[in-house]
Design a protein around this ligand. Structure first.
Ligand code: SF4
Length: 196
């Protein structure tokens, strides 16, 4: 475990390799799993506001779910999460002509239609944050649908925290990330030299 500020970072985040391999997974994290993506109350408000901008990109089934229960719900663990279709697909999933799953919010952002990129939990995936009163746990969520991402990350020599530089800075700031990078480099060097 490494500590930067009040964040406790699991060693998996600095030791494991990862680069999303969309050719292999087709963006499956948008449609797999048994709950939606965790969001904050603030993000919930933003999603409700930007809904008209993404509405036409959503599937009819997703539109129906949103009309019935809104863009989010509280899951079994008590977390506020995006609504899902068929007990698994995020309502904000849209599909490219090649069958690739995309986030309709990210698509609208890239097309300049909205100024919100996407919920931070999606941007940070496969890292998950858990907030406690005195610290934040930063963990790598290992999932078999991302297997090809580990293989690609290993091939390119990219660690989880390096792949997620942008969302980690969005969450914790640039200074925090620089400190993580330096601490991770020292840790990995010492591990390699057997001097830990
Ligand atoms: S997080 Fe996993 S499933 Fe999602 S795009 Fe990356 S590799 Fe694919």
């Amino acid at each position: 475990m490494l500590q930067i500020g009040d964040a406790l970072i699991s060693l998996d985040v600095v030791e494991r390799n990862f680069i999303c391999n969309l050719d292999a997974c087709k963006g499956a994290c948008c449609i797999e799993g048994d709950a939606g993506a965790p969001i904050t109350e603030e993000e919930h408000t933003i999603l409700k506001k930007l809904l008209p901008e993404v509405w036409n990109d959503l599937t009819p089934a997703a539109q129906k779910v949103i009309e019935e229960q809104g863009v989010a719900y509280v899951d079994e663990e008590g977390d506020l999460v995006t609504s899902i279709v068929n007990d698994k697909d995020c309502v904000f999933t849209c599909y490219g002509s090649d069958g690739m799953c995309m986030c309709a919010i990210e698509k609208a952002y890239r097309e300049g239609r909205v100024s919100f990129y996407k919920p931070i939990s999606c941007h940070l995936y496969p890292v998950r944050l858990t907030r406690y009163p005195s610290f934040t746990a930063v963990n790598y969520h290992r999932w078999k649908i991302c297997k090809a991402a580990e293989v690609l990350g290993r091939k390119e020599g990219v660690k989880v925290y390096q792949f997620l530089r942008e969302p980690l800075i969005r969450c914790f700031g640039e200074k925090w990330y620089d400190e993580l990078q330096q601490t991770a480099e020292v840790y990995l060097r010492q591990k390699e030299e057997g001097t830990l």
